[in-house]
Design a protein around this ligand. Structure first.
Ligand SMILES: CC(C)(COP(=O)(O)OP(=O)(O)OC[C@H]1O[C@@H](n2cnc3c(N)ncnc32)[C@H](O)[C@@H]1OP(=O)(O)O)[C@@H](O)C(=O)NCCC(=O)NCCS
Length: 162
């Protein structure tokens, strides 16, 4: 697996699983009927932010991550990141590799910490993964997310220093 910068040419490979994940409405605070154009604009970030894809040697896109400044001005030393792994390729370490990449990117870019703004508390894979690489839950917005099957659940703010 290789992690490289995403280009607009990658979008057609990203969109099918991106849409599946967003439409499921279980993990992101994006509109579940997000349009392809809006999704592309939100996900493919220009420098100095960065969006990457994890690909096989044959070029199959397994997952993607975006990493970016979380706040502006005097809060601009905190980074954030988001991840989507194609469900057909989940559970094989792609998400962990993308997380590690974003932490390395944020550190190299001079950020002092990373913050995830809205981690759905029922997203066990994400919460486990983030904790395992040093993030902790700073607090939880009670009933911050309307999960399609669990109902109102909390949204964690997660943080790690760099
Ligand atoms: C969360 C996500 C990025 C993880 O990617 P992945 O490639 O499947 O994850 P990995 O294979 O790297 O596994 C990461 C860890 O999660 C664990 N995990 C997987 N499913 C789990 C579950 N249901 N409960 C607890 N841990 C789980 C794995 O065991 C692994 O931990 P380990 O290495 O200690 O065994 C991926 O599932 C995804 O894209 N989900 C939908 C979108 C999403 O939730 N994005 C994050 C929003 S905050």
């Amino acid at each position: 697996m290789l992690i490289r910068e995403a280009t607009t040419a990658d979008w057609s490979a990203i969109w099918p699983f991106f849409q599946e994940i967003v439409a499921a409405g279980e993990t992101f605070t994006y509109p579940v009927d997000l349009s392809e154009e809006q999704g592309r604009d939100w996900w493919l970030l220009p420098a100095p932010d960065r969006t990457v894809v994890a690909v096989t040697e044959a070029g199959t896109v397994l997952g993607t991550a975006k990493m970016n400044r979380n706040h502006m001005g005097n809060g601009s030393h905190i980074a954030s990141a988001s991840y989507m792994v194609d469900p057909a390729h989940s559970g094989r370490g792609v998400g962990r590799a993308l997380c590690a990449y974003t932490v390395d990117w944020a550190r190299a870019a001079g950020y002092r910490a990373m913050q995830f703004n809205a981690v759905v508390e029922t997203n066990a894979a994400a919460v486990h993964l983030y904790r395992s690489i040093g993030f902790e839950v700073l607090g939880t917005l009670p009933e911050g997310f309307r999960h399609p099957t669990h109902g109102y659940v909390g949204l964690h703010i997660m943080h790690r220093s760099l």
